[in-house]
Design a protein around this ligand. Sequence first.
Ligand code: WTA
Length: 656
Amino acid sequence: MSENQESKLYEPSAAAREGAHVSGMAAYQRLVDEAEADHAAYWARLAREFITWKQPFTQALDDANAPFFKWFQDGTLNASYNCLDRHIEAGKGDKTALIFEADGGEVTRTSYKELLARTCRIANGLKSLGVKKGDRVVIYISMSVDGVAAMQACARIGATHSVVFGGFSAQSLRDRIEDTGAVAVITADQQVRGGKHLPLKAIVDEALALGGCDSVKNVLVVRRTGAELPMTAGRDLWMHELTAQQADACEPEWVEAEHPLFLLYTSGSTGKPKGVQHSTGGYLLHAALTTKWTFDLKDDDIFWCTADIGWVTGHSYITYGPLALGGTEVVFEGVPTYPDAGRFWKMIQDHKVTIFYTAPTAIRSLIKAAEGNEAVHPRRYDLSSLRILGSVGEPINPAAWEWYHANIGGGRCPIVDTFWQTETGGHMITPLPGATPLVPGSCTLPFPGITAAIVDETGNDVPNGQGGILVVKKPWPSMIRTIWGDPERFKKSYYPPELKGYYLAGDGAIRDAHTGYFTITGRIDDVLNVSGHRMGTMEIESALVSCTELVAEAAVVGRPDDTTGEAICAFVVLKRPRPTGEEAKKIAAELRNWVGREIGPIAKPKDIRFGDNLPKTRSGKIMRRLLRSIAKGEAITQDTSTLENPAILDQLSETN
Ligand code: WTA
């Protein structure tokens, strides 16, 4: 592997190096050294440079109550002021902030001035309903100018937003509303994806009807399609009616740096999804800093991150990072395959996108599409505006990397393979495009100031070339602050006592013996990564067994998949005799839909297999490793002598 890595180095071109914010490895190393010499002073310098503070902070890091770290604690700021007003004050009010392209292709440009006005109207509307600093607001909306403005509006008045991805079911939405205790939900009548109109407000109604959401006083509905909707009097309001009467200026609420900017739910290995709590000051600093250094963002760039605002990537690299820097970005409502699989390439061409950031799953599916249909091959489009490419969410396999590099980047654009997590707020391990020589499939080196390392189960460093557990040794400004309402779970999940106070990422990793580069080897817990979406196997198991009429027992594992990275494979024991043939297919389809309703379509198992039992040890523990082998279609090499009924292995190998 090491020899391979060195022979595959892609050095940054002179063009990539020239004028880059971080140009050359010596510049990278200087930053790493500066952080190492005085960690807190390094971050304090950057926090002063990147953030406009209302009241400057006097202390960078407070670690008195570790692992509940505090950054820039006595400073006050407002995130929306930093993303909008300050650029207007600097004379950039007419600069385009958002180039919004709707599913059907209509394009709307929103300047900084206009985005501020929209944000303030929504902020004032929220205030008129009594929403105030510290309240939580759930946002369940698709990609839109109003989606971004709604997040900014919450930040403006000090309300903590929690965006729920529009693909989650009513049940999942209900759970999040209840956990946050939100006072308001912002949604749209419908969402438009791939030419289809899909419900949003109707799902909010269904979620609220499920109960446990008494905290919600108002539902604000953005008009997207004009669909006829029942509106509950006294609770539901049209956003355009509410905001029509509002002023387009709103004094920002200056909040302490530690004030929770947002909660975002993500899956863990046990229990329900956890509400990851992020701060205002430290989070915004890293979102801005990484946008600048990792993407080398300049004033005239057209940046496009294809993520949804329902995920952390959409928070850091759509709503906050690019706007904090006064950049211009594309916001896309639709899907990469509509009206055809050339949509991304056409949009890059039309908007002259210079920096493009997407997920390996999208790349892999577009490779397939391009290979099957010359009309949507990227060579049919003018992609010469591009200068930097990015990848996020899951490991990018070297073949997809090479294709992306050659066909989208024309062989000239560096690819930044950014490793990070919902919990980390921003990039942790990533190349810097004007500095780091690249290796396909490796996220290369830690971002300056991020003390990523690989250790064994007792927290001791492992030598390069030997895999281990990925940790971060020192706290950093944009780290998760706690799990909303469950500080104990936060400590247990991320700061297990045996790891010497290091942050546990939950991924395995290995450093190359020669280059020292990091390669992520995948999760070390029961978290799956399907199309870049995080899912807990336990969550899907609970959803399956909650179908009490049918299901007696279920076990869920992941198996590698060429397009989605990992695929969900469920092994199910029914309360009735094991079905076969058509009946098995019918029940499998029913269960898939069940999981879709319980969690969301993204959690539907690809494979469902039925058995009379599950393989268990004598103590009754499900042998998941065995199930993983079966899911992959591998020959069983494990010792199966302890199994009560080895014949079930054959049963479980049959797909439906
Ligand atoms: C995985 C998404 C390899 C990893 C920003 C991590 C990656 C989880 C990469 C977080 C990458 C993310 N290479 N693996 N470049 N980026 N991952 O919270 O397993 O949705 O722990 O955040 O995705 O997923 P999350």
